[in-house]
Design a protein around this ligand. Sequence first.
Ligand code: GLU
Length: 227
Amino acid sequence: MCGIIGYIGNRPAKDILLAGLKLLEYRGYDSSGIGVILPKKEKICIKKSPGKISALEKILKNCLLTGGTGIAHTRWATHGAPTHANAHPHLDCSKRIALVHNGIIENYEQLKKQLIKEGHVFESQTDTEVIVHLIEKFYKNISIEEAVCRALKLLNGSFALAVISSCEPNKLIGARSGSPLIIGVGEGENFIASDVPAVLGSTKNIIFMEEGEVAVLSRDSFKVIDL
Ligand code: GLU
């Protein structure tokens, strides 16, 4: 078990994500990481570390990350050792899309082979990384949620995931199939998380996502679509 949290709102995502990760600590983990969209720069800043969340906290202490859209993860490694490179979030080749994932992608080897043939360059040994490259492959003249839906249709296995794109900084995408994910509805801010405690400090308005659902969150609205 391990955890995901995503935030979109007007407060600095970094602080909320870090606090959320600590509240998900009970689920067990071997590494952690966060990704935040840098305002006005169209860039995602990723920080991650093997080991305890305190190691990530130390790295983040001197980081001026003011963005209000971000995702974070505690990892329990299933594919690839608990190293810096294998910690989430993972990025696509263009570094526009970042993704965190809980679960196992059973057909990742076959997908990875095909993506490498098509020119994608992988930086980790995880099963997860295929998802972000698949999204990249489809992310041409369509929205990030549409690209996510197309990618997810090709996966066998289990997932709860959170995705952000620096091209659409006012969106946070969540999806689940076989692993839990909830939406926390706040005022002028919204959350996704693996479990309720991660967001309870900010909102008591919780929606439990169903199997095969994809959520598209902005600061003051959300919609849920069926895969
Ligand atoms: N299978 C993925 C990995 O090994 C996700 C593990 C998890 O659920 O934390 O990175």
